[in-house]
Design a protein around this ligand. Sequence first.
Ligand SMILES: NC(=O)c1ccc[n+]([C@@H]2O[C@H](COP(=O)([O-])OP(=O)(O)OC[C@H]3O[C@@H](n4cnc5c(N)ncnc54)[C@H](O)[C@@H]3O)[C@@H](O)[C@H]2O)c1
Length: 326
Amino acid sequence: MNILTSSCHLDYYRLSSSTQNHNHLPKMAPAVDPALEQLEAILKETLASVSDPKVKEKLTKAQRSRQNRFSQILNKFALDGQVALVTGGGQGIGRGIAHGLGEAGCKVAVADLELSRAETVAAELQAKGIQSLALKVDVSKKQEVEDMVKKVLSTFGDLHIGVNNAGIVFHSDSEDTSEKEWTKTMDVNLNGVFYCCQAEAKHMLKKGYGRIINTASMSATIVNHPQKQVAYNTSKAGVVHMSKTLGTEWCDRGVTVNCISPGYADTELNRSESLLAVRTQWLNETPMHKLADVDDLVGGVLYLTSGLANFTTGLDLIMDGGFTCW
Ligand SMILES: NC(=O)c1ccc[n+]([C@@H]2O[C@H](COP(=O)([O-])OP(=O)(O)OC[C@H]3O[C@@H](n4cnc5c(N)ncnc54)[C@H](O)[C@@H]3O)[C@@H](O)[C@H]2O)c1
């Protein structure tokens, strides 16, 4: 059992223990959803009170069919036995994704520029009974990325899911954006994602299975304002198109590549003094009038890694509270 009943992302389901690979999803015990439990209880009670064997048979069939349908569809969200790697997993969105994937059954490698952050998240996962590994990596360094993937493979023996999420942002008027700022942003946000995709896919393509999810941003689609961030926006547009390109190049060999594009999320990235002043404007311009909680974004990743996304590749999944619609 590698999901605790206290887990928050999948608290409607309890996964059974399993060592199956991605081709054979685990058995999942039916839910603790109160509405379904109530239905189950009514069916049980009705069955007990019916004496006509024909009616009894029909009711039994209905009960079995409901149970089967329920467990088959939710089984596809289970990731038991799979290995996931999350970069920038030491805090914010990456941390949330690491927890979500762990709760769905994965062993999780948490990689971050700040080793202490990765270690903290890995320890949080261990405390939930999830196998984890903390790694230090600078995703803008190709060799470090390759070493990171090697370490995951030597520790867990496989890699099914790569979430390339590490990213940075600077703000400056475009005419004043320094070469250093531009290059650093591209190195981490664009080159780093590519190095990760490449290193992960080299293994995944050999095995014929892989799910790569890159964290882009709604900034790939809209231009944020009032803060100026030309390098960030350009890098994220690159991530979206890279994901489409790789997603179509590798999908017929079993490896899908998609990206998620969050809107404004409530993380450290947005907590600098200068940004606090513009948060009210963001809230006004977001139809839902809220910033994303990290958990609001985890479901999209779970979908893209699940057996329900078998026909999905090159998707830019925008989760922005409606921001890009206005
Ligand atoms: N927060 C938002 O509003 C928002 C919106 C859209 C997209 N995103 C994207 O989501 C991703 C995560 O954002 P977040 O808000 O959780 O940010 P965050 O700053 O809270 O966390 C990012 C993590 O990445 C790590 N990191 C930074 N540079 C790295 C590097 N070179 N190598 C390895 N790790 C590195 C940091 O140490 C940090 O732990 C980023 O790609 C970001 O661009 C965030």
